[in-house]
Design a protein. Structure first.
Length: 314
């Protein structure tokens, strides 16, 4: 058994069996003379229920392949700044993640571990991180998550740079005709129309580029705000998981105390019965002692009377 094999086995078991299975594997490694492996196994953390549910999706043949492929294509398009490829990948992103959320939830419920409504957000954040971030994709693919993931970088969006502004050409000045003092008339209004249209088109392109740049900036700002909201939600979800675990522990301890209290009550009843029996036995033993003394006294008196009768005159 090596570490990868042990980890794969552990993160495949249901959460409530994780600790016992981990300790058993660590003990097995130690008994086999590999203390370092035993320590590494012992250090593995128990996954939350949501992380466990996502881990199981990586063990179902081909379930995550479309997501991982989409992430690869999206990252490649982002690197190449291919707006068309980004748009195409983006269109399939939301429906695919929604479909996988349902699959994770249904599989967890079928395994006897239904997820809370808040789990959908944690699953979505984890799958979204796997689409955008290559490291997150690898973690999801390996299926050893201990907690849900969230992405901490910018969401891929094409960066649009404004086209360089072009300086309007100055109106040509009238020039003097050769050989005379007359001036040549300026071009007519109709002659300048194509130039005006070209200048207006350039200005429109610049306005469009600036608008697209502003949209890209707002998209990035939105991504930052969403990430902050996700981090806050993740913190709340962590404490919710802690509260759930603490509540379960409290329920287990309460049940144990109630069981021990019931046993204590039975033991007290038996103690009281034993005390009563002891009291009766002590009282009867005292009465028996008195009767024995009285009987011995009568016996002594009878023996003395007999001796006196035997020693009297014949």
């Amino acid at each position: 058994m090596d570490f990868d094999e042990a980890a794969d086995r552990l993160y495949g078991v249901i959460p409530e069996e994780f600790t016992a299975a981990r300790d058993a594997l660590a003990k097995e490694a130690k008994a086999g003379g590999d203390g370092a492996l035993a320590k590494r196994i012992k250090a593995l953390r128990k996954p939350t229920v949501v992380a466990w549910a996502i881990n199981q999706s990586s063990r179902r043949e081909g379930e995550l392949d479309p997501l991982l492929d989409l992430g690869r294509r999206l990252r490649e398009a982002w690197q190449a700044q291919d707006a068309d490829a980004l748009a195409e990948a983006g269109r399939g992103r939301t429906p695919l993640i929604s479909r996988l959320i349902r699959a994770v939830r249904e599989a967890a419920e079928a395994a006897g571990h239904p997820l809370s409504p808040s789990a959908d957000l944690e699953i979505e954040q984890t799958l979204d991180a796997a689409v955008v971030d290559e490291d997150a994709a690898e973690q999801v693919r390996r299926g050893r998550l201990t907690r849900p993931l969230s992405y901490s970088g910018f969401t891929p969006a094409p960066v649009v740079r404004p086209a360089p502004a072009r300086t309007a050409k100055a109106e040509p000045k009238p020039r003097a005709a050769k050989g005379g003092g007359k001036t040549v008339a300026a071009p007519s209004e109709a002659g300048r129309e194509p130039e005006r249209r070209a200048a207006e088109e350039e200005r429109e392109k610049a306005r469009k580029a600036e608008r697209e740049r502003r949209i890209a900036e707002l998209q990035n700002a939105l991504a930052e705000a969403e990430r902050a909201a996700q981090e806050a939600q993740r913190g709340r979800a962590d404490w919710e998981a802690e509260w759930t675990e603490a509540e379960r522990e409290h329920e287990r301890r309460t049940a144990k105390v109630e069981a021990l209290t019931a046993k204590l009550a039975k033991a007290r009843d038996k103690l009281n019965a034993a005390g009563h029996r002891l009291e009766v036995a002590r009282r009867e033993e005292t009465n028996a002692e008195r009767a024995a003394r009285s009987a011995r006294l009568r016996a002594d008196q009878a023996r003395a009377a007999l001796d006196e009768a035997r020693s009297g005159p014949q």
